[in-house]
Design a protein around this ligand. Structure first.
Ligand code: NCD
Length: 358
């Protein structure tokens, strides 16, 4: 039994738990002063192996606004990682110093790998192209506050649906609410991975894949724009071939519903023209601010340990099996136990969720 409330994947917890976080975040936003000493004496360690502005700073601000303090690194080159230290050792050490850790890493499954041996709770702040649960909490809070519902929405997701971890986490979460429909807007090359389509199909929600943002925009309640994830491409040529394909501008916005909202996890590169910022339907800057309140609620809930931890692993070890995903942490840090779930010839890697043939 796992004793800490780690947050690796939002779907490890029931929707009722997400709703408690959303309610607490709403209360904190109404009266932040009431929470200004709620984490007094507590320390948060932030381990950012990848660049970040919003996620890192909103976590840090959240802890400081709760009266706690922070330690950590934002550049692995200035930590012992540069000397070749593995994830297990780094996170084991920091978890002995801190009460809660937040980790971002370029490799899928890395935060779950850290959680296996961490001695304090750990939060996934993005593991490669896999998941980003706290961005999804941010997105849920934005929808809750701006649309006043998480149900019966037609949600368009546009851009890099293959590598965009925010898209994967958001689809997993929104497919837990009734009546939502998904319009997947991407090039063929950057479409949603097969394992994500499996999840969508299993949830019974309708979805369609389209190439044109112009054709889709009129039917949407929410448009979730994303950046083409340059750092996840195998070559610069492949990135250049995909760049600049989808650009939301004033002209496209003219065909959208009057109450459609535009979200973006940010940073934006060129996929939303600056002219859209003044449109009242553009909510991406508000979204970033909601992220701070929901992270305050999350830290508080985890530190107070007032909910039940989710099991970290639900499957079994298959020592001879090798995850088929070259970007999975088990193919980089070879000491990790190889956990898979499911039975038959095709099993699912517990770290990165990719299918593997055994
Ligand atoms: C996102 C991320 O890191 O996945 N940014 C964020 O956390 N707000 C999106 C991105 O980098 O494109």
């Amino acid at each position: 039994m796992n004793k800490y409330i780690h947050l690796i994947d939002l779907n490890d917890y029931p929707v009722s738990w997400w709703k408690l976080l959303l309610e607490l975040a709403h209360e904190i936003r109404e009266d932040p002063a009431a929470y200004s000493e709620a984490c007094k004496g507590k320390i948060m360690g932030t381990l950012f192996y990848e660049p970040s502005t919003r996620t890192q700073m909103s976590f840090q601000t959240a802890m400081l606004r709760l009266g706690g303090t922070i330690i950590g690194f934002d550049n692995p080159a200035t930590s012992s990682v540069a000397k070749g230290e593995n994830i297990k050792d780094t996170t084991k050490i920091v978890s002995g110093y801190a009460d809660i850790m937040v980790m971002r890493h370029p490799t899928a499954g890395s935060v779950k790998a850290a959680a296996l041996t961490a001695e304090c709770p750990i939060i996934n702040a993005g593991d490669g192209g896999h998941l980003h649960p706290t961005q999804t909490l941010t997105d849920l809070m934005t929808l809750n506050e701006e649309k006043h519902t998480l149900e019966n929405l037609t949600i368009g997701l546009c851009g890099d649906l293959k590598n965009g971890r925010t898209v994967h986490s958001l689809i997993k979460a929104m497919s837990c609410f009734k009546g939502n429909k998904f319009v997947l807007i991407s090039t063929k090359e950057l479409g949603l991975p097969a394992y994500m389509k499996d999840i969508l199909a299993a949830s019974g929600h309708g979805y369609k894949e389209v190439r044109s943002l112009d054709d889709a925009i009129g039917e949407l309640d929410v448009l979730y724009m994303t950046r083409i994830q340059r750092e996840r491409f195998n070559s610069e040529e492949e990135y250049m071939a995909q760049k600049g394909f989808y650009i939301l501008d004033r002209k496209k916005m003219a065909n959208a519903k009057r109450d459609m909202i535009v979200l973006h996890p940010l940073p934006r590169v060129d996929e939303i023209a600056i002219e859209v910022d003044d449109d009242p339907r553009a909510k991406y800057f508000d979204q970033a601010k909601y992220g701070m309140y929901i992270r305050m609620a999350l830290i508080l809930t985890i530190i107070n340990h007032n909910s039940r931890p989710a099991p970290l692993v639900t499957g079994r070890t298959i020592p001879k099996a090798k995850c088929s995903n070259p970007k999975c942490i088990t193919n980089q840090e070879l000491y990790l136990p190889r956990y898979f779930r499911g039975s038959g010839d095709t099993v699912i890697c517990e770290y990165c969720d990719e299918r593997t043939l055994i």
